[in-house]
Design a protein around this ligand. Structure first.
Ligand code: NAD
Length: 531
């Protein structure tokens, strides 16, 4: 494995200039489409490989395996992975603790330059990484590109942020003293990501951890371990010292929960469902024998996000925004629009236009770049189909309503719109995490806001209206972490839309924003008497 001292890797090379978002790829250009097709063929030739656990820089195998398959073609194995169990918790923790002693003293410039190198490598291999997402989680080309671009953004953004934090100065000095504030790392973090942004979220929580000087036990989702393994290889290639990230795919319930409960785990960075997030919060609150700190939890969870469409809105723009936010990546985004709350004066017209728009969505193989591909796994498909059946009873089916006819063995579900859903019903309250949109009729803007706020979540939301007072009212009273006006509620961008939700949507950590790295650090004040 490379180390930071490798002669070919200059120790510290920092990118200059302000942060700029990685541009998205225009796949309508033939040159880019050709590159993507070539990357898909290259990755196709690498499917089925076996990957190891990486603990303290050593590659290890376990008897039990995790097999990751292509949701669009479940008989196709994407990667075979080791399955870390309880017995791997202690070695992973010890490796992370050992690495912490040197990594915490490594200069912030070195740590930031590691992230810059990772970003550079990822930029060079962007199409290949996109192709892995196509196969492992059924993202179409643009969705895959957005995931990888966000990962590059995290490399570029968190490195600059760490450099900024290292230069923070106290606004006041005690006369006769030199007073300073340093942000120091916390210790070993458990990083537990979901499968739906399997590169960006997994990498984002890991990169934020290590740039601050922490070391990590990384347990990727069992639905997307291959993309995480490829990212781990990239980290190593960029010069990651042994033990700074310990790569341990494994089951959440055994390995994940045991790492959370370990007395030496200093913090948990988790993104996933409300249920698991709450479990982690509860477990982290216990003081294990030998534990001398309060574990910090950074928990980002589910949503039941709504778009309000007011009577005076630009209906065509609203239809487009609702369709994109409800069905992009098969509705499997925490920010996805799962409720459209429509003013009764435009309700019928909106539904008619929405039906026409949704029926234009193509469903098929993401390798061929269909608009919509498969949902993540069989269990998820069954849950979503069950919700659709409930929805047919709770409301009126407008379009979709079942598995896509061209499904074959893949987990394809039609984009489904169900109208006349009542506030408080199951379809209106519970996160479905699939291509199912509930449409709810509101009497007026006030009523719409009341419905929008009446769930236990509070992640994203959007309002389409041409009345400035109503938009301002939404700013005051639509209680979500990420509110969008006259645009869709998905597609948060690093830097401009720091991301995190209220209520049961999480701890509002605002990833990709200027407050995020404080969560991975602790402030140490030094007041020195000057002679
Ligand atoms: P999940 O909660 O099932 O799993 C998330 C991770 O937790 C996985 O790595 C899993 O293996 C692990 N895990 C499961 N049980 C565990 C336990 N007892 N202890 C420790 N770890 C455990 O979620 P998912 O299905 O992977 O992802 C979908 C969910 O994530 C949705 O609810 C979605 O809204 C949410 N999400 C939220 C955000 C956000 O920023 N708020 C972003 C993406 C996804």
């Amino acid at each position: 494995m490379a180390t930071l001292e490798t002669p070919t890797q200059p120790k510290v090379r920092l990118h200059q200039g302000p942060f700029v978002n990685e541009p998205l790829v225009d796949f309508s250009k033939e040159e880019n489409a050709r590159k993507m097709r070539a990357a898909i063929e290259k990755v196709r030739g690498q499917l089925g490989r076996e990957y190891d656990l990486v603990i303290g820089g050593k590659r290890l195998r376990t008897a039990e395996k995790i097999t990751s398959v292509n949701p669009a073609r479940p008989s196709q194995v994407v990667g075979v992975h080791q399955k870390a169990g309880k017995e791997q918790v202690e070695p992973a923790m010890q490796a992370a603790l050992t690495a912490f002693e040197s990594w915490r003293k490594t200069s912030v410039e070195e740590r930031a330059s590691l992230l810059f190198r990772v970003g550079d490598l990822l930029r060079e291999r962007k199409f290949e990484f996109c192709a892995w997402l196509v196969f492992e989680v059924s993202k179409n080309w643009a969705e895959a590109d957005a995931d990888i671009a966000e990962t590059i953004d995290f490399c570029e953004y968190y490195s600059r942020e760490a450099l900024r934090l290292a230069k923070v100065e106290l606004p006041t000095q005690m006369p006769g003293e030199h007073d300073t504030l340093r942000y120091i790392p916390l210790g070993v973090g458990a990083v537990i990501p979901p499968w739906n942004f399997p590169c960006a979220i997994m990498a984002g929580m890991t990169l934020a951890s290590i740039v601050c000087g922490n070391t990590v036990v990384l347990k990727p989702s069992s639905d997307s371990p291959t993309i995480a393994a490829r990212f781990m290889e990239l980290l190593e290639e960029a010069g990651l010292p042994d033990g700074v990230v310990n790569f341990c795919p494994g089951s959440g319930a055994s390995f994940g929960s045991a790492v959370v409960a370990h007395p030496k785990t200093r913090y948990i960075a988790f993104t996933g469902s409300r249920e698991v997030g709450l479990d982690i919060n509860k477990s982290a609150a216990n003081q294990a024998s030998g534990q001398i700190w309060i574990k910090r939890t950074i928990l980002e969870m589910g949503g039941k996000d709504a778009i309000i469409v007011d009577a005076d809105a630009d209906i065509d723009a609203a239809v487009e925004g609702v369709a994109a936010a409800a069905f992009g990546f098969q509705g499997q985004k925490c920010s996805a629009c799962s409720r459209a709350i429509i003013d009764e004066r435009i309700y019928d017209k909106f539904l008619e236009k929405l039906k026409t728009r949704v029926e234009k969505i193509s469903i098929g193989d993401p390798a061929e770049n269909a608009n919509m591909a498969a949902v993540i796994n069989e269990g998820s498909m069954k849950d979503i189909l069950n919700y659709i059946e409930i929805g047919k009873k709770e409301g009126r089916l407008i379009t979709g309503g079942g598995r896509a006819p061209q499904a074959g063995e893949g987990y394809f579900i039609q984009p489904t719109v169900i109208a006349d859903i009542q506030p408080k019903s199951k379809l209106e309250q519970e996160e479905i995490f699939g291509p199912v949109l509930a449409v709810i009729k509101s009497r007026n803007f006030e009523h719409a806001l009341e419905i929008a706020n009446d769930t236990e979540f509070g992640l994203t939301g959007a309002v389409y209206s041409s009345t400035p007072e109503k938009l301002e009212r939404a700013v005051q009273d639509f209680h979500v972490g990420n509110l969008y006006l006259n645009r869709k509620c998905t597609g948060a961008t690093v830097g401009s839309h720091p991301f995190g939700g209220f209520n049961m949507s999480g701890t509002d950590s605002k990833s990709g924003g200027p407050d995020y790295l404080y969560l991975f650090s602790q402030g140490k004040v030094i007041g020195e008497k000057v002679r």
